[in-house]
Ligand binder design. Sequence first.
Ligand SMILES: [Zn+2]
Length: 345
Amino acid sequence: MNVTELTRKLIDIPSVTGDERAVGMFLKEHLEDLGYFVQMQEVASERFNVFATTGAASRVVLSTHMDTVPPFIRSSEGDERIYGRGACDAKGIIAAQINATQRLRAEGIQEVGLLFTVDEEQGSLGAQIANLEKPAGVEYLINGEPTDNKLASATKGSIGLNLHTRGRAAHSAYPEQGESAIEKLLDVLERIRQCEWPIDDLLGQTTCNIGVISGGTRANVVPDAAFADLRIRLVSSAAPVRELIQAAIAGRAEVEYLSEHEPVRLETIAGIEQCVVRFTTDIPYLSNWGRPLLLGPGSILNAHTEHEFVEKRELEQAIDIYAQLARALLSQDARTRELVEGVSQ
Ligand SMILES: [Zn+2]
């Protein structure tokens, strides 16, 4: 199946996070028809990662995710583009990766595998389960997310946190009888907005998004509780950012850290254009799957939108680049091994 047909087939199977079973079953059958050995890794009830090998040890694994954000959008196509939910994030990538491994197998290169996960758009549960095993012989993971076919040299990290402030309810005509949790929260958030966050030469600025605020019950009551949900994109380790947050809060709010991953530096290969990406991926959770690389067709700027699309030309280009990366990584290591063996003899 060519890359356009396969991309459209995959888009037309709904797989919003939590509902990945049908697309996983389709991929299992498709890959078995192509002669792969397919392992379904159970993640939760009715939720499976798909791991396909040629039978040889997979020294290079190509991976991406099968789930999409809602809502499902059926595929359509023009002369140059394929549209629909998952076109670039990440069903076009699945199709390009399968076509790349097919090309490599046709050249006699068998040491490549394919890993397609569930739950990347939520909490990367699929990647976390996959990481409980270390596949025999794996050396490199080429993860796919839309990077405009550039090789990401680094990804930002992130911290997710909630803030809760407490006060004392009172009649709004007698505010001195109470204590406003909302005013406390606004003060804390203002301090956080004034923080001088770390800056990194490669990754740029730390950014902080106050995504949700809530609190209070009505206009004539001094509010006794307020809440904010924040996501910080890291360019440094998490520790100095946590310190800044604690200093800004100064004991006036309870803070609950929900998630945290550090920025990741990635492998690069000479001759392929590079970029830095701000989003997070499955990569931090797949530490047992070899040294990571990140590249994929399409733009993150139209992922998750109503008009999500991928250029057909970029899909074809991605097949070339994935195959090129795998060849380079496999031969690079063969050379390193020869050198090491040469020294030890
Ligand atoms: Zn994605």
